[in-house]
Write a protein that binds this ligand. Structure first.
Ligand code: CP
Length: 308
């Protein structure tokens, strides 16, 4: 049966570990794997803007012997004119996989329900699971392992990145520590799901109402923009709500001395993170951005293997 990757726990913790292992192999031998030889085409659909996702999937599909076809939905029939289900029925006859950056998770569910080829979520309003695979690969490279490490996510914890950190890092057996204002705390069902997973993997989940407590003793410190795509009208309200949540040197000093800093990018220096931290010695953001490519290639190889 075809497998899709619409949210972090569409794979098991064991499968996540196997994909990360494969990602390291892919990184070491970038042109060894050719699941899309032919070339077969992979549809890369974008309802939202992107730099890293567009580049890493385009390069990744080409590296795997395939033909990347970018579709900007503004110039296609998708959306207003044609249903997601009908789009899936057209695409599945011609492409080897569908990668989609969109708004509602329900759209991805509908695409997957009508597609006989793997569908990959390349960011939705609810999850950014490909980013988490890249982040886990980066942490593994810098720390040697994942299980037992502590990751502190500070800022807007009611967004897609926080959801994926909670679930994806719990799957890796990590201790996930969230620091967020009460109005931007993670949804209860996401915390419950992450706790369920952590109980199986040896990880844990703790939500704090301030940034310092979350960061104390952390191996990894991370954040995301305070103003996600589509929230531009709330900009000032959000800047006010997150006062005190900027990750600066004083906050980083609460983490372990050898803690690393991650950011999925794009970053807004002076808001969620200071320039001193993101451009400083603890920051590994460029490794993280590069690892989108290797992690996604591993994911596509793995899904192609499980597609029949
Ligand atoms: N991190 C990330 O998804 O970057 P883009 O929005 O540039 O794709």
């Amino acid at each position: 049966m075809v497998r899709h990757f619409l949210k972090d726990d569409d794979i098991t913790p064991k499968e996540q570990a196997a994909i990360l292992e494969l990602a390291s192999e892919v990184k070491a031998s970038p042109y060894k794997f050719r699941p899309f030889e032919g070339p077969q085409t992979v549809a890369l659909i974008f309802d939202k803007t992107s730099t890293r996702t567009r580049v890493s999937f385009t390069v990744g599909v080409a590296d795997l012997g395939g033909n990347p076809m970018v579709i900007d939905t503004g110039v296609s029939q998708m959306g207003g004119k044609e249903s997601v289900a009908d789009t899936a029925r057209v695409l599945e006859r011609q492409v080897a996989a569908i990668v989609w950056r969109t708004y509602a998770q329900a759209g991805l569910d509908e695409m997957a329900a009508n597609s006989s080829v793997p569908v990959i979520n390349s960011l939705s309003d609810d999850y950014h699971p490909c980013q988490i695979l890249a982040d886990l690969l980066t942490i593994k490279e810098h720390k040697g392992a994942l299980a037992g490490l502590s990751i502190a996510y500070v800022g807007d914890a009611a967004n897609n990145m926080a959801n994926s950190y909670l679930i994806g890092c719990a799957m890796a057996g990590m201790h996930v520590r969230i620091g967020a204002p009460a109005a931007y705390a993670p949804a209860a069902h996401i915390v419950r799901r992450a706790e369920e997973i952590a109980a199986e993997t040896g990880g844990s989940v703790t939500v704090y109402g301030n940034p310092e407590e979350a960061v104390v003793g952390a191996d990894v410190v991370t954040t995301d923009t305070w103003i996600s795509m589509g929230q531009e009208a709330e900009k000032q309200q959000r800047i006010d709500a997150f006062a005190g949540y900027t990750i600066g040197s004083a906050l980083m000093a609460h983490a372990k001395k050898d803690a690393i800093f991650l950011h999925c990018l794009p970053a807004y220096r002076g808001y969620e993170v200071s320039a001193e931290v993101i451009d400083g010695p603890q920051s590994v953001i460029w490794d993280e951005a590069e690892n989108r490519l290797h992690a996604q290639k591993a994911l596509m190889i793995w899904l192609a293997k499980h597609a029949h």
